[in-house]
Design a protein around this ligand. Sequence first.
Ligand SMILES: Cc1ncc(C[n+]2csc(CCOP(=O)(O)OP(=O)(O)O)c2C)c(N)n1
Length: 279
Amino acid sequence: MEVCKLEIDNLDDLRKLSKKMRKKILEMALYAGASSSHFGGALSSVDILATLFGKIMNFNKVNLKNPERDRFILSKGHGCLVYYSILNILNIIDDDELKTFEKDDSKLLGHPVKSQNIGIDFSTGSLGMGFSLAIGVAIALKKKKLNNKVFVLLGDGECNEGSIWEAALCAPNLKLNNLTVIIDNNKFQQTGSNKEIMNIHDLEKKWSSFNWITKKVDGHNHKEIFEALNLPDEQLPKAIICSTIKGKGFSFSENNNDWHHKIMTKDNYELALKELEND
Ligand SMILES: Cc1ncc(C[n+]2csc(CCOP(=O)(O)OP(=O)(O)O)c2C)c(N)n1
């Protein structure tokens, strides 16, 4: 398989990358059939991962085993469709493998399973855990005097987990300035809105009160995401709060939490494909 270099020079390239990712997510949701998939929370993270993998991270098919490459941990592991879509576009997961999503014996299950051959460093899915793993990696890199960075994606519903706040307290105390937390703030969780289930209130205020460098951005604006991920390094870790739309990209799924985890029918798929083509 050819090594894929993402030639991302401008915002238009990033928009094209996001579109490609949304198409792959759609296809995988269809392949999943009756197993269904976490569609909405994958779509809200597309523009974040497009910018991160397209413009920021030193991560590609040839450096997967290099200890000096950057690290990414999908702490909101159920959002794995977005992760698999970018790994596919980077030619790390091939098209045939994508078709096995959620099938018996597949490497691509409904939550990421550790597989260093495809650059997945940790199994995640139990919410609240990936963040602490990221702190462990950031500490290890510092001890080894390596300059690579660690990025971790959290859900806003995931921020209801107590372990998130233990970890949030720890990282600034350890001056882990090689760590960036990105929060997909789509205002929903599994069974309803954050406000209804467990209101998390102002995430930016919370993270800055835990002594993080914080920045709030539109999580579908590649330029804003890029600039936030490029804030100058200081002595503290960074938390980027991305305001997003759950199910972003398709009329039937935007802000419709039925699509947190739902079966994609052929009709849904065809409508979505049309909307993507006309976008
Ligand atoms: C410890 C734990 N409890 C419950 C779940 C079940 N669960 C899967 S997704 C989800 C909602 C998470 O909300 P959020 O992080 O906001 O995800 P998003 O809305 O972006 O999909 C829950 C509770 C889980 N995966 N782990």
